[in-house]
Design a protein around this ligand. Structure first.
Ligand SMILES: Cc1cc2nc3c(=O)[nH]c(=O)nc-3n(C[C@H](O)[C@H](O)[C@H](O)COP(=O)(O)O)c2cc1C
Length: 151
């Protein structure tokens, strides 16, 4: 089995629903097991279990959510020590921008080390319904890529 970890933070529920749609999409592929976890509950063990990671965050003040940043901060040294090097995909949910959160995650991912494997999905709340479909597609594409070993 290949293992996909979906890490998310959400207050109003949009990002959580996008993470769940991504989960659903990933499970459309065979040979895939998914863990979906809130960023504050995600540990090094979850990362070590995974073959690939999907990160989903709201944009807060032009940045990723503090909870997601906390995850990266808590696990950075231990992950480095274990040689973590995984493909990842990113979902950003926001009102009107999202570019700052994308930039911040990409910058941290590079040193973490997570390799960007798909274009970032940026979902504005006003386009939320189509965003759910796109998040499901992203989950399926990510899982298919992991299964094919192309990331
Ligand atoms: C503290 C805070 C800061 C925010 N800053 C931004 C921002 O910089 N850019 C933006 O487009 N939306 C911003 N938003 C809006 C959220 O990103 C947006 O409502 C998002 O969909 C919330 O996701 P959630 O429903 O999963 O909590 C902010 C919201 C909060 C609560």
């Amino acid at each position: 089995m290949n293992h996909i970890l979906i890490i998310y933070h959400s207050q109003k529920g949009h990002t959580e629903q996008l993470a769940e749609a991504c989960h659903k999409g990933a499970l459309e592929e065979s040979n895939i097991e998914v863990r979906i976890k809130k960023a504050l509950d995600t540990t090094l063990d979850d990362i070590l279990w995974a073959n690939g990671v999907v990160v989903a965050t709201p944009e807060y003040f032009g940045n990723m959510s503090g909870a997601l940043k906390d995850f990266f901060d808590r696990t950075y040294y231990p992950a480095k020590g274990r040689g973590v090097n995984l493909p990842y995909a990113l979902i950003v949910c926001c009102d009107n921008d999202g570019s700052g959160a994308e930039r911040n995650v990409q910058s941290i991912a590079t040193s973490y080390t997570l390799r960007k494997s798909l274009d970032t999905l940026n979902v504005k709340e006003r386009d939320f319904q189509s965003g759910l479909d796109q998040a499901k597609d992203l989950g399926q594409m990510f899982a298919a890529g992991i299964n094919m070993g192309i990331f």
